[in-house]
Design a protein around this ligand. Structure first.
Ligand SMILES: Cc1cc2nc3c(=O)[nH]c(=O)nc-3n(C[C@H](O)[C@H](O)[C@H](O)COP(=O)(O)OP(=O)(O)OC[C@H]3O[C@@H](n4cnc5c(N)ncnc54)[C@H](O)[C@@H]3O)c2cc1C
Length: 467
């Protein structure tokens, strides 16, 4: 029998589970339980009957079968960056011990286990002059990001991360490990790439493509919107001129006027324009040049850098936080709506931020093997984030209203929502907006076939009965 940490609850039940797996099992009330169920997101944490830290695929199979037999619900977690509504009871499979990455430089692919973050994958790939389609934060889990779509630093050049998956190893509700490819299980393979894996099973690993991008020109320009509120509109106009080798995004926030915050930013509304250029290195600075006159530049981190260090482009904070986001995908950005968005979020009585991502390019093209990613025609993604200090402070009505008001500004050009850029819980109605109309019924059919009793509790629920 294996290690069990237990102070309360059904000890016999947990002992039975511990007898079936080789990784540790944690019960409520223990430190290990709290540590494994807690990640970056402090709101909506899972409160399962037990956490199992899977030590291998066999553990995942045994744990899912165990929970299934008892009618318990199952969810998986790595970093907690994408936590939605948490489990109440049931079993949480923590994947952090499954963190292997194997690069095959001959085929330009990597086998990525469920517990690997983008940092590990990018560093392993960089040893061979290759890059994965990772996103703004290297601390995000590669598997969940990829299977939810994944909009990364090279997105406009190569498309969604989900477009470049060759195989997925998935444990389904019957406790079976399936090696899913386009030939073995075409419907399930289609569904998990873009529909996320959480609703269909627990992924233990996946094979992804890597790309010959050893270096990029990238970083951020911090533009003073207090001095020039037109910075967002200038960015929007500039995005209409850039080639597909350039992917960019903007984060807008009012920096607190306090010590610890860099002097030039204090108390100011700042647009952090982050860019990644993967074309010829000598051209990068030229392509970015026009942005420098969009507004006064408060700080500039642009430089040529190895892809393995690409976390420096957005330079995101990794501190735990309680946050909720409302995302909207649009086919065009309206200048007046952008100005109103800056005013609304710049005067909010609580901490909030706006994320904008430029889409298009390869994201708009169908991949070689079709998948469930929706709204390829979207030109921009917009997310409004509000922050609560912790679980107890919670999300307030005023925060919810602000997020909805901000999203409504872009209503006339809205085409749907993003799976991964949604941030926080999304109910079934919200998830419906992630997918194109005809794909919804197909996703529900796949859910009904592989998880008819809805054993899996996902951060993006797909109803077996359809919408
Ligand atoms: C700071 C930050 C930056 C981000 N940047 C980007 C970005 O640039 N582009 C982008 O597209 N997205 C981005 N995201 C969103 C991110 O891709 C998703 O939140 C993703 O789901 C996080 O995966 P995780 O494993 O790290 O998080 P977790 O919270 O551990 O997992 C999220 C959900 O995925 C499911 N899941 C996790 N592991 C498994 C598994 N092994 N099998 C089945 N289901 C599983 C579960 O439903 C779980 O609730 C960002 C998020 C944050 C907070």
């Amino acid at each position: 029998m294996n290690e069990t940490t237990s102070t309360t609850g059904n000890t016999d039940m947990l002992r039975d589970l511990a007898g079936r797996v080789s990784g540790p099992v944690h019960a409520p009330g223990t430190r290990a339980y709290d540590e494994t169920r807690t990640g970056m997101q402090l709101l909506d944490r899972h409160r399962p009957d037990a956490v199992v830290e899977a030590a291998g695929s066999q553990d995942v199979c045994a744990a899912v079968a165990w929970a299934s037999e008892r009618g318990l619900r199952v969810s998986a977690q790595l970093t907690g960056h994408g936590l939605g509504a948490g489990l109440e009871g049931g079993l949480l499979v923590a994947t952090r011990r499954l963190d292997g990455v194997r690069v095959d430089p001959g085929r330009s692919t990597a086998w990525v286990e469920a517990g690997a973050t983008w940092r590990t994958v990018a560093e392993a790939a960089a040893e061979h002059g290759l890059a994965p389609l990772s996103g703004s934060s290297p601390e995000v889990g590669a598997v969940s990001y990829t299977l939810g779509g994944g909009v990364g630093l090279l997105a406009r050049r190569y498309g969604f991360a989900a477009d470049h998956v060759r195989r997925v190893d998935l444990v389904t509700a019957d406790g079976r490990l399936r090696q899913i490819t386009k030939d073995s299980d075409p419907d399930l393979f289609w569904a998990v790439r873009g529909g996320g894996a959480g609703a269909f099973g627990v992924v233990t690993g996946m094979e992804i493509d890597l790309f010959p991008v050893p270096r990029i020109y990238g970083g951020s320009l911090y533009l003073d919107m207090t001095a020039d509120p037109g910075a967002l509109e200038a960015w929007r106009r500039w995005t209409e001129t850039v080639p597909e080798e350039l992917t960019s995004g903007v984060s807008v926030l009012v920096y607190p006027d306090m010590e610890g915050v860099p002097e030039p930013m204090r108390g100011r509304q700042v647009a952090q324009v982050s860019v990644a250029w993967s074309g010829p290195s000598e051209e990068g600075a030229k392509v970015v040049e026009p942005l420098r006159s969009a507004a006064p530049v408060l700080a500039d981190t642009l430089r040529e850098l190895p892809y393995g260090e690409s976390g420096a482009v957005f330079d995101e904070h990794h501190d735990q936080a309680g946050f909720r986001g409302r995302n909207v995908l649009v086919d065009r950005l309206d200048g007046e709506a952008l100005a109103e968005l800056a005013r609304l979020t710049g005067t909010a009585p609580f901490f909030c931020a706006v994320w904008l991502r430029h889409l298009g390019g390869a994201l708009a093209r169908e991949p070689r093997v079709a998948n469930a990613v929706g709204h390829r025609g979207a030109a921009y993604a917009l997310t409004v984030l509000t922050f609560a200090d912790d679980e107890d402070a919670g999300d307030t009505g005023a925060m919810r209203d602000l997020r909805e008001e901000a999203a409504a500004l872009f209503g006339p050009h809205a085409v749907g929502r993003s799976f991964t850029l949604g941030f926080g819980p999304m109910d079934e109605a919200g998830v419906r907006e992630v997918f194109d109309g005809p794909d919804r019924a197909r996703l529900a059919r796949v859910k009904a076939e592989y998880d008819p009793r809805a054993v899996f509790h996902s951060n993006r629920p797909i109803p077996p009965g359809g919408w």
